[in-house]
Design a protein around this ligand. Structure first.
Ligand SMILES: [Zn+2]
Length: 403
């Protein structure tokens, strides 16, 4: 814990670094003016930032008489960060610079519901990313690891409380990974990490009120309200997968009926396609799984739809309409300026998105729908890992608080 002059120095340093990062290239004189710090303070802080590699000097700016000033810019390669995802199906991880440029990525299949075993896979992914780093004149330090995980996560305590896919109860994930990796670690719910990733590097840069809907084996939402991730009173916000969209719908694993997940998750898409096949509709899907309908998964339906299969397209459109119904409700509740759709099923792109948009627009109030964009995440499979990286970066540039 910093105190007194040390704390003041740390605050000044972060303020100057944040300014150069957001407003650079900038001269020392302009930095002094914009922060209200004295010239000697700025000079001392900048020397430190230069020495640690956070900023670089570049060409000169315009002179207002006298010697033209040297400009300072942020160096996105000052540190690497690792971002990772542990989902029901995969561990994905990326090594990124501070601007979200991916240097390398790894992906492994998740094979069990044992959280200790699969966190071991996350640890291995981090080690693999950091082995034999690209050679640079100065080794680039690694600032930390950010991990998005399925289920209920408390970022502040670093605890993984619950997951629909893993046998976990109140596991101190941050403590476990920090001990093994000897790096700072942050965790967050996967949909929230994805929202933060798009806020930092994707479709929602500069947008402070939006929702990210992750559609995969499960369905969840990351909500950014007033520029902050919204967790609710007990970190449980965002369970849009359990919004009721069909009062007489199928039973959900949560115990309720007709939840969005029961009709629009990857699992539901597969189940509904199989049901249509059972009703005798012809489809390429039968060939694709060699007649074994137990092998149909969400991806099978998307692949068939990509090839123009009508049954598959109808099934995706139906899921899209249910998602749109939930998103229309969400728009009325939160008045976001953007809704981003991502996750494994988002690979179906317009086959899903077009019916989704139409259904959402049909439900949203006219004054709200005119101003909301519904888009796919541009970050694709990197969405969650880059979200994890963005969490680390957020912490890196946080201004220390007094008390
Ligand atoms: Zn439910």
């Amino acid at each position: 814990m910093l105190a007194g002059p040390e704390l003041i120095r740390a605050i000044n340093k972060q303020r100057v670094l944040r300014l150069i990062r957001s407003a650079g290239p900038i001269s020392r004189a302009d930095a002094a003016e914009q922060t209200g710090l004295t010239r000697p303070t700025i000079s001392a802080v900048v020397s430190e930032l230069l020495e640690e590699g956070w900023v670089e000097e570049m060409g000169t700016g315009e002179s207002s008489g006298g010697r033209p000033p040297i400009l300072l810019r942020f160096n996105p390669r000052a540190r690497y960060v690792v971002g990772a995802e542990l989902s029901a199906g995969h561990v994905r991880a990326v090594l990124s610079d501070l601007s979200g440029n991916v240097v390398r990525r790894v992906k492994y299949r998740v094979e069990s519901s044992d959280p200790v075993q699969e966190l071991g896979r996350v640890e291995q992914a981090v080690r693999d990313l950091l082995a034999n780093l690209p050679k640079t004149a100065q080794p680039v330090p690694v600032a930390g690891v950010g991990l998005g995980i399925t289920g209920m996560v408390d970022r502040k305590t670093g605890t993984w409380h619950y997951s629909p896919h893993f046998d976990v109860a109140d596991m101190p994930v941050v403590q476990m990974l920090e001990e093994r990796l000897v790096l700072p670690v942050w965790i967050e719910n996967d949909a929230r990490a994805m929202a933060w990733g798009d806020h930092s590097f994707g479709a929602a840069k500069g947008i402070d009120n939006f929702a990210y809907i992750r559609v995969g084996v499960g369905i969840g939402a990351g909500l950014i309200i007033g520029g902050e991730l919204y967790g609710g009173a007990h970190e449980g916000a965002g369970e849009i997968g359990h919004m009721i969209v069909d009062n007489d719908g199928p039973r959900c694993r949560c115990g309720s009926y007709g939840c969005l997940e029961t009709v629009a998750s990857a699992t539901a898409i597969a189940r509904r396609a199989v049901k249509r096949l059972g009703q005798g509709q012809p489809s390429r899907i039968v060939e694709m799984v060699e007649g074994d309908l137990d092998r149909v998964i969400g991806t099978t339906v998307i692949d068939a739809a990509d090839e123009g299969d009508e049954l598959a397209r109808d099934t995706l459109a139906e899921a899209g309409r249910y998602l749109g119904l939930a998103i229309g409700n969400l728009i009325n509740l939160l008045n976001p300026s953007m809704v981003i759709v991502g996750g494994g099923t988002a690979r179906a792109e317009n086959l899903l998105l077009q019916p989704l948009r139409e259904a959402a627009m049909a439900r949203a109030l006219p004054t709200l729908r005119e101003k909301v964009q519904i888009v796919l995440t541009p970050l694709g499979e990197d969405s969650c890992p880059l979200g994890g990286a963005a969490l680390v970066i957020e912490e890196l540039f946080r201004v220390p608080s007094v008390g």
